[in-house]
Design a protein. Structure first.
Length: 90
């Protein structure tokens, strides 16, 4: 793995950590006694889990010296964007 891939991976992980902290903060403020709160909790919990999966993928790829795949990152990013939009819609 080149130094450029590692720097890009580090930037992506930094952004994903920020997304994870932001969604965790929202999780703490949700009132789950309402039905809409339960569905909103599920959406933001899935945002946390997908961000964790993407961080784990980047870690695994950097440790095995493989290149970071664009398709898995693009797919994960699209799912995160859709879930954030769904979080605002609920």
């Amino acid at each position: 793995m080149t130094g450029l891939d590692e720097r890009i991976g580090l930037r992506i992980v930094g952004l994903l950590v920020i997304v994870g902290f932001a969604s965790s903060a929202v999780l703490w403020t949700i009132d789950t006694s309402l039905p809409s709160g339960e569905s909103l909790f599920a959406v933001y919990l899935s945002i946390d889990l997908i961000a964790f999966v993407m961080i784990s993928y980047i870690y695994r790829v950097t440790k095995t010296a493989d290149g970071i795949g664009r398709i898995p990152l693009l797919a994960g990013s699209c799912v995160l964007i859709l879930l954030v939009i769904a979080g605002f819609a609920v």
